[in-house]
Design a protein around this ligand. Structure first.
Ligand code: NAD
Length: 475
């Protein structure tokens, strides 16, 4: 007899494991299957985000930031540390410990919530059946009332510079270096390229980022992107725009990256290369073609606004479906789907998803940027505030950057908030909440912000929308 569940989730990343836990909170009998294997062959829940993405990269970002500050900024505070040294092995051990703690935390949550967590491959078959193949053992047929596909995404490989696992690596490989490369090449100046480029630059590598687009960080508000680019340049990141990589050639001197830009052909020789040119949805081998789940022209599982696929009672959430590839977007979709399966009303507010880039300074935004508002013909007003005028930012020695507030000129509703500066990823939270509650700029202006905090900079940017900032000259 095959095992029967109310819900089977395939994939235990932030979209899948969250869906599974919420489903059991509704009293639904739920299994969650995950095929993840670490580099040492061990199994783990948490997917790319926890095991090879967000969490380990943030651990290294924090360590590299501390190292950089100790080297560059401590003396300004009157702190001497003698001769500074770097123990990368210890840094990597600390990172691995954090990842291990959080991954076993998911196992504990599964146990506490009575989710049946299973390591191995899950494959959707027709009629809501799932074939579960443990890493070691025979395939087992299971049945489910509902199946949630949450199989995530994988790095895009570049034919001009294929991964070799040693000299040319993906984002996971770049988190596992056992020595700081002297010269690091990064192909792709997007989110991953900038975050990883920052880590290794701060630990001493000469970092060259080759980005195909002419505009730096084109997903961000142009003014914010320009300020961020200025900061990164000051930190010594060599960002080359309009650079299309043509070939990677191995030589005794290192890997020669050959690229073209408007001026013609160029090359740069590096010791290691990180390819970060995007990720693609992972749908290989996770469903039978007869299961009835449509894939769109870009390889994403086709879903409606509520994450229903084209197969009855089969849902898909996270990176494997349209929308930004962000862990928190996937988690919200997981919660929504579990709630819908349980018969509740639920939705994801897609226009109000925050984006955060964990460089130093951080970049974060929510809502629409100025270019999008212009293109849509919206009558908008703008307020800005520089962290240079924030007492707290100055005390922290992190006063680079700014906050930009965009609001509807006619209704005063907040349309977007964009930040480059210290803890931007934390600061954006109050803007997300304000937008979720459909606040006006005046609501925000009349909200009391603690002094001295970085949140005052967001408050001042809101005041500046109506030329009422106190600690800046209103123009
Ligand atoms: P991305 O889409 O953010 O950036 C890829 C960049 O590579 C683009 O700017 C593109 O123009 C460039 N590119 C493409 N082909 C190129 C070529 N041949 N030569 C030079 N440049 C080239 O992708 P990513 O940085 O790989 O990240 C993948 C996904 O993961 C994204 O959706 C991202 O949002 C998500 N992610 C998010 C976070 C976060 O929220 N902090 C962190 C990591 C990843």
């Amino acid at each position: 007899m095959s095992r029967k569940f109310d819900v089977i989730v395939i994939g235990a990343g932030p979209a899948g494991y969250v869906a599974a836990i919420r489903a059991t909170q509704h009293g639904l009998e739920t299994a969650c299957i995950d095929s993840w294997k670490n580099l040492d062959g061990s199994t783990a829940f948490g997917g790319t985000c926890l095991n090879a993405g967000c969490i380990p990269s943030k651990a290294l970002l924090e360590s590299s930031e501390l190292y950089h500050r100790a080297a560059i900024e401590f003396s300004n505070h009157g702190i001497g540390v003698g001769e500074l040294s770097l123990d990368l092995h210890q840094m990597q051990l600390r990172k691995a410990k954090i990842v291990g703690q959080l991954s076993s935390g998911i196992e504990a949550l599964f146990q506490a919530n009575k989710v049946t967590g299973l390591f191995g491959r899950g494959r959707l078959l027709p009629d809501n059946k799932v074939e579960y193949t443990p890493h070691e053992g025979e395939p087992e047929l299971m049945e489910a009332g509902h199946v949630i596909l949450a199989t995530g995404s994988v790095p895009v490989e570049l034919s001009a510079a294929p991964f070799d696992g040693e000299h040319i690596v993906d984002s996971w490989g770049a988190l596992e270096f056992d020595a700081v490369p002297k010269r690091l090449g990064v192909i792709g100046g997007g989110v991953i390229g900038l975050e990883l480029g920052s880590v290794w630059r701060r630990l001493g590598a000469e970092v060259t980022i080759l980005e195909a687009m002419d505009r730096f960080l084109s997903v961000a508000d142009a003014q914010i992107a320009k300020e961020a680019q200025r900061q990164f340049k000051k930190q010594g990141l060599d960002i080359r725009l309009g650079a299309m990589v043509r070939e990677a050639e191995y030589s005794d001197a290192g890997v020669i990256l050959k690229y073209d830009d408007e001026q013609g052909g160029h090359e740069v020789t590096v010791d290691r290369v990180v390819v970060a040119v995007g990720r693609r949805p992972q749908t290989d081998n996770c469903m039978d073609p007869l299961a009835g789940v449509d894939i769109d022209e870009r390889g994403f599982i086709r879903v409606d606004d509520e994450c229903r696929t084209t197969a009855s009672n089969v849902w898909a959430v996270g990176d494997v479906v349209r929308g930004p590839m962000l862990a928190h977007k996937g988690s919200e979709e997981g919660l929504m789907v579990a709630d819908l399966i349980a018969g509740e009303v639920a939705e994801v507010n897609y226009p109000v998803i925050p984006c955060v880039i964990y460089t130093a300074p951080e970049i974060a935004w929510v809502g629409r940027n100025e270019e999008e508002l212009k293109a849509a013909g919206v009558n908008y007003k703008v307020g800005t505030f520089n962290f240079a005028a924030s007492g707290r930012a100055k005390a922290m020695d992190q006063d680079a950057g700014m906050v930009k507030f965009l609001a509807d000129k006619d209704t005063d509703r907040i349309l977007g908030v964009h930040i480059v500066g210290p803890l931007a990823g934390e600061l954006i939270g109050e803007a997300v909440l304000a937008m979720e509650f459909q606040a006006s700029t005046e609501d925000f202006q009349r909200t009391i912000h603690g002094h001295p905090t970085l949140t005052e900079a967001v408050h001042e940017a809101a005041l500046s929308v109506d030329r009422r900032a106190i600690h800046a000259i209103n123009r």
